[in-house]
Design a binder for this molecule. Structure first.
Ligand SMILES: Cc1cc2nc3c(=O)[nH]c(=O)nc-3n(C[C@H](O)[C@H](O)[C@H](O)COP(=O)(O)O)c2cc1C
Length: 174
């Protein structure tokens, strides 16, 4: 089975999870490919499972203005954040407008967000699910992974992502 993991990431946390998710799928015998959203295919007909991940910005998916703000955070030495090489490129929000569905893949979405009650943090999963439904895709699963005030993943989140991915594998077979 082929799976595609599409993500964007400003400071590397969502990328780390995308890689952990690929690892979790690979251990289940899935052929998993990870790609940044700006470079992701619009034709998904090769994939039985597509997993989409993004950081939560302003309660939703990143947009040009919030990516610029993230770059400003990374430029502040007191924050000790490193900007991902393609952080300024287009991301999941833009990719969702480009895709067209062939082959009816299953979808799952994940976000990274602050470790505060979700009513205050918001959640990029909702925007991704909405964008996918607009393309008539069904989203079978979603998960939020948490970062601390320092914008770094909480301990155990990488393992949780790997396990979440392993649990997705029966989906396309059902
Ligand atoms: C401009 C900006 C806006 C943000 N807004 C939110 C928010 O509304 N809710 C939240 O939980 N986290 C918010 N965050 C924190 C991000 O969710 C966090 O930096 C991200 O999950 C880290 O993932 P990344 O390393 O892949 O970029 C924001 C971060 C930035 C840079």
């Amino acid at each position: 089975m082929n799976a595609l993991i599409v993500y964007e990431s400003m400071f590397g946390n969502t990328r780390t999870l995308a890689e952990a998710i690929a690892d979790g799928l690979t251990t289940q015998g899935v052929d998993a490919r990870v790609t940044l959203a700006y470079d992701a295919p619009a034709d998904l007909s090769d994939y039985a499972l597509v997993i989409v991940g993004a950081p939560t910005h302003a309660h939703s998916l990143p947009r040009t203005t919030s990516r610029t703000e993230a770059a400003a955070w990374a430029a502040d030495p007191t924050k000790e954040l490193t900007l991902e090489p393609m952080a300024g490129a287009s991301g999941v929000r833009e990719w969702l407008k480009r895709i067209w569905l062939v082959g009816d893949p299953h979808f799952a979405v994940f976000s990274t967000r602050a470790d505060i009650p979700s009513i205050f943090s918001g959640d990029a999963c909702k925007a991704m699910t909405k964008g996918l439904k607009r393309r008539l895709a069904r989203v079978d699963s979603h998960a939020d992974f948490l970062v601390g005030l320092d914008n770094r993943l909480l301990e155990g989140e990488e393992t949780r992502a790997r396990e979440w991915a392993s649990g997705l594998v029966p989906l396309p077979i059902a």
